[in-house]
Design a protein around this ligand. Structure first.
Ligand code: UN1
Length: 511
């Protein structure tokens, strides 16, 4: 499938075949900047998921018996295709999910970085040689694939996150059934075509397009051994709850955050403003790691506020395909409504609004883009109180609170940690003791110093604590979720000797 929208209805990729069997219902992918229909897709049903799981289950034995390096070869083909088609795919990402073009391209770059990590890792050691108390014994920790992995991915990183999940799962010897986000099926289609082009054996990789009902059918099925999920806390917790009740099944879920940046009295305010603007407004605030709370020391509060507000007033919202754009549109009309509700909630809870560009001025909306889902920065200040919903609930938009604090870094940490989430965050300070205090005590999976809290590299573990996640569905940590460990102990001696001083003598009644 190329850049042109087509009349064709695109199907699922199951057992090495494209299929439009099953339900007649379809859905469309739209450009969030124009409202234009990009392509039409078949909506997956229980029977499509069933066929995909059957194919994945059947393909597993043969796939697992290949060497790591042979499995990785298929991924190397995809790595090259992602690189060769960087510009084209970056534009498709931007058209389908509205991220500005540097972000569209970075999504594709992040995808090939993950493929490179996973395929390169095929040649690295995959276990440990473990010493034994008994000289005649060799002990090892080995890994084997779990089986069928169900992958459910979000729209905001429509190329990168599928590869966070699938590159690792496949190289480790699992087969995959994947449901892309319903907002970005075009990216899903292209990724499936890449697996087909790479000649991956039938049934090893399967894709079913559709909505949450298709996703739930995947996660609920007993043939699925591991679920990898990245998306909303609501869905993630439902999956974690259900899967937790099924012995032998695992779920690694990465959900949202109510991420904060602490700006202390020792901050360099150039760095603080830059980091806060990037973290709050890049991707129109629609990253799990975007910041929605700026916790600022009273000594630098007024100056930081003036400077941050000044940039938030002017930051360029517009056509995401234009290089000069900083923020593209929100993903869909319902999401704009959700952002509106969060902005209103803050006001109801006593916020002092500093910037309200929720309704953009007519002249800010690019020509021919009237049907886009436009929304600009919303910045407010509010006195900290533990129970404020606006400081606890994730908006997933360009909606950010300034909270003033007085006292030492412990006070900042107390406010910072007072949310149910714990994904990403940052501290801006020139004082290494403050930085170290944040590093050690901020309740987070991803902590940054003098940087934005977005933009993690793929070789780092990615995931959160508290409500933000229960596992790390990316890179090294995904290996834990898609493999079983075996402690393999082998005796090289001629007799049996036990550890821990345990007697190996067998005594009998007539001894
Ligand atoms: C997400 O926030 O949904 O760290 C994923 C980052 C990206 C991934 C973000 N590498 O900002």
């Amino acid at each position: 499938m190329s850049q042109q929208a087509t009349e064709q209805v695109h199907g699922h990729y199951i057992g090495g075949e494209w299929t439009t069997a099953g339900d007649e219902r379809t859905f469309e992918s739209h450009d969030p900047a124009t409202g234009e229909v990009l392509a039409t897709f078949r909506r997956g049903t229980e029977s499509d998921v069933d066929a995909a799981l059957e194919a994945a289950d059947e393909a597993f034995e043969e796939w697992r018996s290949l060497s790591y390096i042979d499995r990785a070869e298929y991924l190397w083909d995809i790595y090259h295709e992602l690189r060769d088609r960087h510009e084209e795919l970056g534009e498709i990402v931007t058209k389908e999910c509205g991220k500005e073009i540097s972000e569209g391209k970075a999504d594709v770059t992040e995808a090939w970085h993950m493929v490179e990590w996973a395929a390169g890792n095929a040649r690295h050691p995959h276990g440990d040689v473990v010493p034994s108390e008994v000289a005649g014994k060799d002990a090892y920790m080995r890994r084997k694939p779990r089986g069928v992995v169900g992958c459910i991915t979000p729209w905001n990183f429509p190329v990168a996150i599928p590869f966070w999940h699938m590159a690792i799962a496949l190289v480790e010897g699992n087969t995959v059934v994947w449901k892309p986000a319903e907002q970005t099926p075009w990216c899903g289609q292209i990724i499936a075509e890449m697996f087909e082009d790479a000649g991956i054996p039938d049934g090893v990789f399967n894709m079913v397009q559709g909505y949450g009902d298709a996703g739930a059918t995947i996660t609920d099925d007993e043939r699925v051994d591991t679920v990898l999920f990245t998306g909303s806390a609501e869905v993630g917790h439902e999956i974690a709850d259900k899967v937790g009740g099924e012995p032998g099944k695992l779920a690694a879920c990465e959900m949202g955050g109510k991420n904060g940046i602490v700006i202390t009295e020792e901050a360099d305010l150039d760095v603080a403003v830059h980091a806060a603007v990037m973290s709050s407004f890049k991707t129109t605030g629609q990253r799990c790691v975007s910041s929605e709370r700026l916790i600022v020391h009273t000594d630098v509060y007024d100056e930081f506020k003036d400077r941050f507000v000044d940039v938030a007033e002017k930051v360029a919202v517009g056509d995401p395909l234009e290089d000069a754009t900083f923020m593209g549109p929100a993903i869909e009309a319902d999401h704009v409504e959700k952002i509106r509700r969060h902005n209103e909630l803050a006001v109801e809870e006593g916020a002092e609004v500093l910037v309200d560009r929720f309704e953009l001025a007519d002249e800010e909306i690019p020509d021919g883009h009237d049907e886009g889902h436009w929304v600009g920065p919303f910045v407010y200040e509010i006195d900290y109180e533990p129970d404020l919903r606006c400081l606890n609930e994730e908006c997933f938009g360009p909606h950010v609170a300034l909270v003033e604090y007085d006292g030492d870094v412990d006070r900042a940490l107390e406010i910072h940690n007072d949310t149910p989430y714990g994904l990403a965050g940052a501290i801006i300070s020139e004082d290494y003791r403050q930085l170290n205090a944040f590093r050690d005590r901020a309740e987070l999976g991803l902590a940054y110093a003098n940087l934005p809290c977005i933009g993690a590299e793929v070789q780092l573990p990615f995931g959160g604590v508290k409500k933000s996640g229960n596992g790390y569905p990316s890179a090294r940590e995904a290996i834990e979720a898609v493999t079983e460990r075996t402690a393999w102990t082998m005796n090289n001696a001629e007799d049996i000797q036990m550890a821990q001083g345990l007697s190996a003598d067998i005594t009998m009644n007539d001894d």
